[in-house]
Design a protein. Sequence first.
Length: 294
Amino acid sequence: MSRKIDGVLTAIVTAFDNDGAYNASAMRLQIQRQLQAGNGIFCGGTNGEFFVLNEQEKLAVTETCVDEVAGRAAVVAHIGEISTRETIRLGKQVAKLGVDAVSVITPYFVPLKQPELIAHYQAVADALEVPLFLYNIPARTGNTLYPDSVRTLAAHPNIIGIKDSAGSYESLQGFLQAAEGIDNFNVLNGPDSLIHQGFIDGCSACISGLANVAPQQINAIWARFNAGDIEGSRQAQENVTGLRTDLYSVAFSPAAVKKALTLMGHNVGESRYAVQFSAEDEQRIRQIVNQYLQ
């Protein structure tokens, strides 16, 4: 891996046009917003709606991100599919685009045992030349990586860390403990509510969906922490936590993030999946954005 993965990576939304097609020009504008705030890019993940993108769109999104970033920040692309075979196939194509690393969600829909999850990740890591992050998000996949399994997988030279989006401090602590004493294996925090605490406890980076809406505010948590201003980092987290709590109470968090962006005047389009916002929902989101970001 040519670039260290630390600080803030934004789990960037995938921009669509008014007809619902991928909008590369709008995507580039969002990437620029993040770069200006000091954030790297995590593309094709949950906030990027990977589950409703076809393969060519996933590749196009990644290509746009790598091209627009142009080496100025880290780019990590999600490649996880249900099958090991398809994950490897997509991963090989994504690797050719020049990403710094890839992220692989646990297979979903099909319940798997820990040895099966270990075998899946080892096979993917064996097949790819690009470094790989494990990605734990059990609420969406139905499969949970256990800390012992992660410690086993951390021995693989091409597995460099885990992104934990389980949503609890206990889960994050478990993976940080599993990573103790292992060189070149990092824990990336997923929940926006735990960014500051994650850095305190040893996370190298956070992957933030809320940074789409509040790129500078999210980056401030890391920037202040990295500068040694621990209290300032904590205060920045408090400001963000209120925004997160109120915005995510309206709808499924990625959908709420994308709707907030559109209401803020960013041409990223509507979510493709079957989510709907009432006029009251939209008004509530406007109020939340105005309260925390104006």
